[in-house]
Design a protein around this ligand. Structure first.
Ligand code: ADP
Ligand code: ZN
Length: 606
């Protein structure tokens, strides 16, 4: 079953999109990018996760003569892509360190014989002199450099081998190059262009908005219970990722969810490689598994049907938040990005920053990224303008698909309360934590309050008209806005910061948000990512068939058909192969391979 491009009749991009991938229309800038690259020019592509980057080089690979070389840093990703391509009848293979010698030699032979449309290569293998000279002996369609931001020494995914990829431009100057990434910032973009496209190329920037993701930020009361309510009400039976700050918390959360009857597994750097790999494999191959993870999890996971990403703790920065939440809903169907955080998270993260030993310039950058995240979290308007604003994109707001758009929060004039709180911090010596401060404000007659003589300070009991929860909310918002800061010793004490002066003196006013009540959140309707009844016999029958087929072929279910394709099949209820061929996501190869089986499953239901 080899259909190297030489054997295919020359086809245009739209025809290939339909016949090979089964899709009707290009998305966003795909078509323009494909025209550029298939015409022999270079391209730099910035697209969000799930935007459809792969087609931007896969289609030109089939249009142009020769083999396309795809450089990718992640073995799991290469494997997934090759499986998906093979299932669409494209001749593709992998060359990386995971192969045994015999398989590698066989692949190299196919490459030399011109039998491959695409070959996925790890950067360290590409850089070997033997590999480079092999490539010089064959016809090359193009080079695609995926995850191109790995070239940035300042970025979080820096890979030294990526720096040496400049050899491609030197050794193969006449072969078009396409560099792709989901990291948008300008500096990274410049570095990619300089290293990988020194001879120039057109830049394509797509919007980084992910309209199908619903952003929700709640205030932590009992994080696990809130998480449970969220999953129960909106994502029972769905695949999801829960991000936690520490390994222990990832473990505990996985156990808690498992006790509640969910399929949940931990993933963090403290587990041995075998266990980690096994958990990741199950997440990819099974439906409805929840992974409770530290940030060690995620890079290279391109499971399309992750329905939610939850944060039980604040991420490191707004960038990490965007990256991590971006793993939800790659397939374009509705998905949730849900987070809870509280005062202690803000204290903890601010604390980490003050203890950082990084150079001053780096610390400043980290502080700014954290400030942006806090501002985003406390924001009372649409979540999209502050989120995308950070990525340099203007969004008009009123997206209709975030918590604040769906349930606009009330605000109140908190000037007086803020003054009381700040002066209470001052009067008690700027070294006590939130719980104690609130005790004093409420005039609580406790051992600890008396022991410190705080029943005699002027702020004792001045805040009785406001309840405990609201006081916590006031302190959190003062901290998030930078009017308060944690003490540098790390005991959780709060101090005044320079900028609170005007507030304290009554020369400035402050509006605060009423925290949402947890009950309001759980009452929302469940997400129905697909327009099908997911409890129906028809749906379950198709899913069972898909799972059995996937198991037999040892691939993830979405390699057989995506959820959206299954739903489209149900909707169309085709009775013949011709009808099935018109369904989005059914290409010629899959039609031949699975068409009869799908029709049989459907026929049995009638
Ligand atoms: P990225 O690499 O940018 O994260 P992918 O290339 O993995 O995104 O594509 C994301 C999903 O969108 C995949 O499931 C892919 O099949 C689908 N997709 C891409 N382009 C189209 C299109 N033109 N029509 C329909 N689905 C598409
Ligand atoms: Zn909104």
């Amino acid at each position: 079953m080899t259909t190297a491009s030489a054997a295919l009749p020359a086809k245009n991009a739209e025809q290939l999109l339909k016949s090979v991938f089964g899709y009707e229309h290009f998305r966003g800038r795909q078509q323009a990018i494909i025209e550029t690259v298939s015409g022999g020019s270079n391209a730099l592509v910035l697209m969000p996760t799930g935007g459809g980057k792969s087609l931007c080089y896969q289609v030109p690979a089939l249009m142009r003569h020769g083999t396309a070389v795809v450089v990718s840093p992640l073995i799991a990703l290469m494997r997934d892509q090759v499986e998906a391509l093979t299932h669409n009848g494209v001749a593709a293979a992998v060359l990386n360190s995971s192969l045994d010698a015999a398989t590698r030699q066989r692949t190299e032979k196919r490459l030399l014989a011109g039998e491959l449309d695409l070959v996925y290569v790890a950067p360290e293998r590409l850089l070997r002199p033997s590999m480079l000279s092999l490539l010089e002996r064959i016809d090359l369609a193009l080079f695609a450099i995926d995850e191109a931001h790995c070239v940035s020494q300042w970025g979080h995914d820096f890979r030294p081998e990526y720096l040496q990829l400049d050899v491609i431009a030197r050794r193969f100057p006449s072969v078009p190059r396409i560099a792709l990434t989901a990291t948008a910032d300008e500096r990274t973009r410049g570095e990619i262009a300089q290293r990988l496209l020194p001879d120039g190329g057109e830049t394509f920037i797509d919007s980084f908005d992910r309209p199908n993701i619903r952003y929700t930020v709640g205030i932590k009361q009992n994080a696990r219970r809130q998480l449970l309510a969220f999953i129960r009400s909106r994502h029972a039976g769905h695949s999801g990722i829960v991000y936690c700050f520490s390994r222990k918390r990832a473990e505990d959360t996985a156990r808690f969810l498992a006790d509640q009857g969910f399929d949940a597994l931990p993933y963090h750097a403290g587990l041995d490689t075998g266990t980690r790999q096994a958990h990741q494999d199950r997440f990819i191959k099974e439906d409805g598994l929840i992974i409770c993870a530290t940030i060690a999890f995620g890079m290279g996971i391109d499971k399309p049907d992750v329905r939610f990403v939850a944060h039980l703790d604040l991420p490191k920065s707004i960038e990490s938040y965007y990256q991590e939440t971006g793993r939800a809903g790659r397939d374009g169907l509705p998905a949730d990005a849900w987070m809870v955080y509280g005062l202690s998270d803000v204290v903890q993260i601010r604390q980490l920053l003050t203890q950082s030993s990084a150079p001053e310039a780096q610390q400043k950058l980290e502080r700014e990224r954290l400030e942006a995240l806090l501002a985003y979290s406390e924001h009372a308007g649409c979540r999209r303008p502050p989120l995308l604003g950070y990525l340099g994109e203007n969004h008009p707001g009123e997206c209709g698909n975030c918590d604040n758009c769906l349930n606009p929060p009330d605000t109140w004039d908190a000037t007086e309360a803020a003054r009381m709180a700040l002066s209470c911090v001052y009067r008690t010596g700027q070294r006590f934590g939130a719980t104690h401060l609130v005790d004093v404000l409420l005039g609580k007659d406790s051992e600890r309050v008396r022991q410190h003589g705080h029943d005699r300070v002027s702020t004792f009991g001045i805040g009785r008209d406001i309840d405990r929860r609201t006081w916590h909310s006031v302190l959190r918002q003062l901290l998030a806005a930078g009017h308060l800061q944690p003490d540098p010793e790390g005991h959780g004490g709060l101090r005044l910061s320079e900028q609170c002066r005007e507030l304290l003196r009554g020369e400035a006013a402050i509006e605060m948000r009423h925290d949402p009540t947890p009950a309001a959140k759980t009452s929302r309707k469940a997400t129905t990512p697909l327009d099908v009844d997911t409890e129906s016999t028809e749906w379950l029958a198709l899913k069972t068939w898909r799972l059995e087929t996937a198991r037999a072929e040892e691939v993830p279910p979405y390699v057989i058909f995506h959820d959206a394709t299954l739903a489209a099949i149900l909707d169309a209820r085709p009775a013949t192969l011709e009808e099935l061929a018109t369904v989005s996501g059914v290409g010629e190869h899959k039609l031949k391979r699975y068409g009869e089986q799908v029709l049989e499953v459907l026929a049995e239901l009638n």
